[in-house]
Each structure stands twice: as C-alpha cells, then as structure tokens.
Design a protein around this ligand. Structure first.
Ligand code: SF4
Length: 63
C-alpha cells in the first residue's frame, strides 16, 4: 500500500501535513509530499486512513 496525493485536486489546505507530519511534509510550493514509501505498519495505516477521511479535497488515496 502506498499513499498518493493527487496534486490536481489538492488545494494546499494543510490538514494532512499539520495533523500527520509522520506521513506528510510541506513542500516549498505548499503542496504536501508523502514521507513514507510503504504503509506496512498498522498504526501508520490508521493515520493514513484518517488523513484520507479528513482531506477536504478528497485528494489522498491508497494505491
Ligand atoms: S489535506 Fe488534502 S487538500 Fe489539504 S493539503 Fe493535504 S492533500 Fe491537499
């Protein structure tokens, strides 16, 4: 499982990197960058599910 941010949908609201800095960081352009390669850890997976649920643009998904 891999976290993916659709930058065409994202409007830089920041919830993902403010609430889950273990998963995302803010890039210089204000868009989020995914910090983890694979979600093998159950706790990280739970955080990822939360981030997906909270994103106002529905821009985050798991592939
Ligand atoms: S929460 Fe969604 S809209 Fe906001 S910065 Fe993250 S990916 Fe973009």
């Amino acid at each position: 499982m891999k976290l993916v941010v659709d930058l065409d949908k994202c409007y830089k609201s920041g919830e993902c990197y403010y609430n889950h800095p273990e998963l995302f960081s803010m890039g210089e352009d204000g868009f989020p960058q995914v910090r983890v390669e694979a979600l093998n850890d159950a706790e990280l997976r739970r955080h990822a599910d939360e981030a997906i649920e909270v994103c106002p643009a529905a821009a985050i998904r798991l592939d």
